[in-house]
Design a binder for this molecule. Structure first.
Ligand code: FES
Length: 105
């Protein structure tokens, strides 16, 4: 799947991610700025927040209670905010565009 990350300076980087890899792991493997992933993808740190482009929102899996609890502690979150470790690369999501913050909280 192709994933495009747009950083806080509006620089877009598109990477190819194998199916099943999370958008957090794909970001770390490709040295995408703005994603930390401190907890290793266990939905426990909230340092993998991204903002998903509006048109892709409805294709995403629902927010779990654990993810929602972490999103709630991010002051700068938006309605498009998701945790990248909870989003997996799939053929349906190929082409997804997400924005990364200047830094995680
Ligand atoms: Fe920790 Fe996503 S990597 S919550």
């Amino acid at each position: 799947s192709k994933i495009t990350y747009i950083d806080h300076n509006n620089v877009a980087r598109t990477v190819e991610a194998p199916e099943g890899l999370s958008l957090m792991e794909a970001a770390l493997q490709n040295m995408i700025p703005g994603i930390d992933g401190d907890c290793g993808g266990n939905c426990a740190c909230a340092t993998c927040r991204v903002d998903v482009n509006e048109e892709w929102m409805r294709l995403l899996p629902p927010v779990s209670p654990e993810e929602q609890a972490l999103l709630n502690i991010i002051d700068s979150k938006t309605p498009q905010s998701r945790l990248a470790c909870q989003l997996k690369a799939t053929p349906e999501l190929s082409g997804i565009v997400v924005h990364t913050p200047s830094g995680q909280h």
